[in-house]
Ligand binder design. Structure first.
Ligand code: NCC
Length: 248
């Protein structure tokens, strides 16, 4: 694929990647009555003026970015990333939490009882195979997100909770692949590849091999990727932002 300028990249991102969630109108979900199970209002992407996307990266630790993060209309967080005890670095508000299917499926995360998942809108994704249809995915997800999803919708119908459509995930992957000469790994982009002001996605001067700001675990793969094409996600975002700054 050819290289694009920052502005071109931004336009392409907007055009090619309109957020899409499972809305219950397609099989197998329609037969299961999911049109009434999913939240009545679709997830709006352009509802907020400004958005802070807080990476779970170790580089967030001691950043003192909390106040700046909270000054945005919407704050996005990922997976099990906590706030308590880290307010100065990560802020206090959560508008949307993007979680992978391990969070809802694996008992260790205590999805049903943990207060982490009570605030704001929840958006869960699962790495469906690139070309599988929704029925195949439903029968064999990477981690079973479907039963806990149904359970949670019934238990807390007032909390907006959506499942990302696999087509959306793979449209992001296509975008990354189209913007590099390399063959990237055939796995979905990481949860963090989304949003506007992305804190510590491109590691700053605080770059560290500390995996998460909330755990004492060191591994460079957290920042540069192994399963996820994280390095390419970051190179794409970085080329977009530096070129955008130069041209504006
Ligand atoms: O680690 P994870 O990601 O929860 O991080 C959320 C997002 O922050 C960005 N990140 C994280 C660490 C770091 N040093 N630099 C970063 O830029 C990434 O964009 C990342 O997406 C995931 O993407 O869902 C992931 O989830 C974890 C894990 O499943 C959850 O934390 C739950 O425990 C995955 N790790 C494992 O499965 C072992 C990780 O690969 C991807």
């Amino acid at each position: 694929g050819g290289r694009r300028s920052g502005v071109q990249l931004y336009c392409e991102l907007k055009r090619r990647t309109r957020i899409q969630t499972v809305d219950g109108t397609e099989e197998p979900f329609s037969s299961l009555g999911w049109a009434r199970l999913v939240p009545p209002l679709p997830l709006q992407e352009s509802q907020y003026q400004s958005c802070a996307v807080v990476m779970s990266a170790g580089a967030v630790l001691n950043s003192s970015l909390g106040w700046e993060i909270d000054s945005h209309d919407a704050v996005l967080r990922f997976n099990a990333a906590p706030i308590k005890g880290f307010e100065r670095d990560v802020g206090t508000k959560t508008t949307i939490r993007i979680i992978n299917s391990q969070i809802v499926a694996r008992p260790k995360h205590q999805f049903n009882s943990s207060s982490l998942y009570r605030d704001g809108t929840l958006l869960v994704w699962d790495p469906a195979p690139y070309s599988s249809d929704l029925t195949q995915w439903f029968e064999k997800p990477d981690f079973d997100l479907f039963s806990p999803y149904v359970q949670q919708r019934r238990l807390r119908p007032e909390q907006p909770f959506y499942i990302l459509h696999p087509e959306f995930i793979w449209s992001l992957w296509d975008l990354i692949q189209d913007n590099t000469e390399d063959q990237i790994q055939p796995n979905p982009p990481s949860s963090g590849f989304t949003g506007q002001r992305v804190y510590e996605f491109i590691p700053s001067v605080r770059r560290t091999d500390l995996c998460h700001y909330y755990e004492r675990y060191h591994d460079d793969a957290c920042t540069l990727g192994a399963y996820h094409p994280l390095l390419y996600e970051k190179l794409l975002i970085q080329s977009g932002s530096t070129r955008a700054t130069k041209t504006s």
